[in-house]
Design a protein around this ligand. Structure first.
Ligand SMILES: C[S@@+](CC[C@H](N)C(=O)[O-])C[C@H]1O[C@@H](n2cnc3c(N)ncnc32)[C@H](O)[C@@H]1O
Length: 284
């Protein structure tokens, strides 16, 4: 039986017309492609919003989101549920090895770079920027001649809050070497719900901000030595990918590095980047 409202919501169907209106809106606002095969996925993700708003149909939801009030406030919540936030600590480890073996020694050999600036663009719940912070702090221990700061940005406010909270279930950090966990993670005392919190050593190095890649220009004022933008562009079409990377490039110092996800490519795009390895580039 349960709550009759919840039963109604689970019966609510997102019809083709509503889907096509919402998918064009999502595409225009976030660049995220929503082909027709994603209709059922969108329906089930948005049912959460219907529940929170106590609405029983997508007709009602569409009238709300396309109203003046909805346009201003609901868009943030909708993008929270439609974005795919899959991530991991030390994801694609080859990139972190390359940082230590090549990028950091090179940047430090030029006297300009004593304060290295890194951007994790599309940082999801923070595993990527925290991994970068661990790698840099480990390097710093052996080369105490520089400092660094990291900016993590994402479109989803909900996921950014997780990144700021910096608390992860134990199973998320299982594969990380014990000595790193001891150094950088604080274990919770709650035995029923084992989790870890990133230590202040890591948290003090990272600042999180909301940034939508669809904005005309990016209000991150820094110019970066290293940018990670991994597993984000796969959700965009090629034209949007090229525009987004072009705007990101304006924020990378000449000679700085740009990292993409393993299934992403910039082949035949007109960008000021030189390929170093399949997913590693240098700004020219
Ligand atoms: C799959 S996660 C990748 C996380 C991390 N970079 C990694 O490789 O593990 C993709 C992230 O891109 C974000 N995203 C999607 N569209 C975006 C946009 N238009 N602007 C900024 N971030 C966006 C999503 O919210 C999501 O957190």
């Amino acid at each position: 039986m349960g709550d009759p409202l919840i039963n109604e919501i689970f019966k609510a169907e997102l019809n083709q017309e509503e889907f096509s209106k919402l998918s064009s809106f999502i595409y225009n606002e976030s660049g995220i492609k929503m082909p027709p095969v994603k209709r059922i996925m969108l329906q089930s993700r948005l049912q959460k919003r219907l529940k929170e708003l106590r609405m029983t149909s997508f007709k009602e939801y569409c009238s709300y989101i396309f109203s003046k009030e909805g346009m201003n406030t609901e868009i943030i919540h909708m993008l929270d549920v439609v974005s795919t936030n899959k991530t991991d600590f030390f994801r694609e480890p080859i990139h972190f090895d390359f940082l230590t073996s090549t990028v950091l020694p090179e940047l430090l050999s030029s006297s300009k770079h004593r304060n290295i600036k890194i951007w994790s663009a599309g940082c999801s719940s923070g595993e990527e920027p925290y991994t970068i912070a661990i790698v840099l702090l480990e390097f710093l221990e052996k080369n105490p001649t520089f400092d660094f700061s990291i900016l993590g940005t994402d479109i989803s406010t909900k996921i950014l809050q997780k990144a700021i909270d910096a608390v992860y279930k134990d199973e998320r950090v299982e594969g990380i070497p014990y000595y790193l966990k001891q150094k950088y993670f604080l274990k919770s005392k709650d035995r029923d719900n084992p989790s870890v919190k990133m230590s202040s050593l890591l948290r003090n190095k990272i600042r999180f901000e909301r940034l939508n890649f669809m904005e005309n220009s990016y209000s991150v004022f820094d110019s970066f030595d290293i940018v990670f933008c991994r597993n984000v562009l796969i959700y965009f079409d090629r034209n949007t990918q090229e525009k987004v990377i072009g705007k990101i490039c304006t924020k990378i110092n000449t000679g700085g590095y740009f990292f993409l996800g393993h299934s992403e490519s910039i082949m035949n795009m007109d960008l000021p980047l030189r390929q170093i390895k399949p997913t590693i580039f240098q700004k020219i």
